[in-house]
Design a protein around this ligand. Structure first.
Ligand SMILES: Cc1cc2nc3c(=O)[nH]c(=O)nc-3n(C[C@H](O)[C@H](O)[C@H](O)COP(=O)(O)OP(=O)(O)OC[C@H]3O[C@@H](n4cnc5c(N)ncnc54)[C@H](O)[C@@H]3O)c2cc1C
Length: 429
């Protein structure tokens, strides 16, 4: 049965049927709805797609890296533009609370490299199911295929929401529509339009955690090659930017992989400022002196082997032809024939293999959307809007984005939980 209210003639005149309406049944919306229901609120959860948690179900390559083991100070450094907005949300509901939450609901978890937390089953869908059970236990009414078109506001207070053919009333509304990346999961940027229409400022939307496109044609030949334990430094118009150490991947259009995704937020913004280059250090664990000694040792140990063979002791095989081409030293030269000048050129390249960034993959392919509702307009103690009373915001619709490692989902769960609590308390007061 649908609740049809004849807006605007009746709205605000009869008692509302719901205490809290949540827009969007993603990570933050399900947590918010479940929590509000648990606290005794009558909750309506409206989802645009035919299934809830579609994006959550594909997170972490289908395994869902739902949080990280780090402490709060470490977490706060992982967000852009300013993680401090999340401090209170984390103080109220943080990683250990989240771990307990899922384990108590039959999803045992495991910690992997870098403190990343995953379901032991390796199935993101177990996380979705646990949240759906939470929502159900809270008595939440979930309506699917209901895209909210408008948030109704009167005299600075929220009144309810309107879908294509219904109007629902409630004293508290939670906006949990997510971002604009991976639109096939339902996150098509509706939240920004809904918030803008009622007076919120939207910080410009850009892709974050997105692969980068590079100019050099040789990159295509390396498609699929992963480099481990390398470091990448961003250079913008000749000025040194941030560096990351770890794993990267060559693709048919450029580069991707964990450290590239981490640097991508900076690169996307830097592309507007000047030429952006990536300097790859292929042996970051060795100082230039140590690397020089290592090279000399290899040449002494293999005086009659060709340079192209010797380099395979130091580099992935597929990278060697590119490396030789860039160094302009013949791969046919023998170890004992390499001059000091040639060794210097090789050394330089080990520390500074350059790629020119010509762009980034589109927003649709980004893991996260940068930008969104300006957090200055949201009270971090409650997640309530400072523009519209009774409106709460949580998750990726906010202008706060995290690095890879479980930081985005923890932010969605913590802000969702806080929004659910605050919305329920307001409605039930
Ligand atoms: C491929 C991929 C992998 C990822 N992996 C990880 C990971 O392993 N760890 C991590 O921390 N983060 C990961 N993320 C990021 C993480 O998934 C998001 O940051 C998180 O899901 C945001 O939660 P949310 O609730 O704000 O939005 P979403 O989960 O996107 O949910 C928003 C919901 O709102 C609904 N909706 C939208 N508009 C309307 C409307 N008008 N009316 C009603 N409903 C609407 C949508 O259909 C959707 O169900 C990944 C993202 C992607 C794309």
């Amino acid at each position: 049965m649908n609740i049809v209210i004849d807006f605007p003639s009746r709205i605000g005149k009869g008692p509302p049927v719901f205490d809290v309406i949540v827009i969007g049944a993603g990570a933050s919306g399900m947590m918010a709805a479940g929590r509000a229901g648990e606290l005794g609120a009558r909750v309506l959860l409206l989802e645009k797609m035919s299934r809830a948690g579609l994006k959550l179900g594909i997170t972490g390559k289908g395994r869902c890296n739902l949080t990280n083991e780090g402490d709060i100070p470490t977490f706060l450094k992982k967000y852009y533009p300013d993680g401090r907005f999340l401090r209170n949300g984390f103080a109220r509901f943080f990683n250990q609370d989240l771990i307990r939450f899922f384990e108590e609901r039959g999803v045992p978890l495991t910690v992997e490299r870098g403190g990343r937390v995953f379901p032991r089953s390796g199935r993101a869908l177990d996380v979705v199911s646990a949240l759906l059970r939470y929502v159900q236990q809270g008595g939440v009414r979930l309506l699917k295929e209901r895209a909210v078109r408008e948030i109704l506001v009167r005299d600075g207070s929220v009144l309810g929401v309107r879908t294509a053919w219904e109007t629902f009333e409630a004293p508290s509304v939670i906006l949990a529509c997510g971002g604009a990346s991976y639109p096939r999961t339902g996150s098509t940027g509706d939240g920004y339009a809904l918030a803008r229409r009622i007076g919120h400022r939207i910080v410009s939307i850009r892709p974050h955690l997105v692969p980068l496109e590079t100019e050099e044609p040789w990159v295509q030949g390396l498609q699929g090659l992963a480099l481990k334990n390398v470091s990448v430094t961003v250079w913008v118009g000749g000025r040194k930017g941030p560096s990351e150490f770890g794993e990267m991947l060559f693709t048919h259009f450029g580069v991707s992989g964990p450290i590239i995704l981490t640097l991508s937020g900076f690169v996307v913004d830097a592309l507007a400022q000047g030429k952006v280059e990536l300097a790859l250090n292929l042996k970051p664990a060795l100082t230039p002196d140590q690397l020089d000694q290592r090279l000399q040792r290899e040449f002494r140990a293999h005086p009659h082997k060709t340079l192209k063979t010797i380099l395979t002791f130091l580099l992935p095989k597929r990278l060697v032809p590119v490396f030789l081409d860039r160094s302009e030293v013949s791969g046919e030269k023998k170890g004992h024939q390499i001059t000091a000048l040639e060794r210097k050129r090789l050394l330089h390249l080990f520390n500074n293999l350059r790629l020119t960034v010509k762009g980034h993959r589109p927003l649709e392919e980004a893991i996260v959307t940068a930008g969104g509702v300006a957090v200055k307009e949201v009270n971090p103690l409650t997640m309530e809007s400072r523009i519209v009373r009774g409106l709460y915001l949580c998750g990726e619709v906010l202008d706060i984005q995290g690095q890879t490692g479980g930081y985005n989902l923890q932010a969605a769960f913590s802000t969702g939980r806080l929004a659910g609590e605050s919305a329920a308390r307001r409605a039930l007061a």
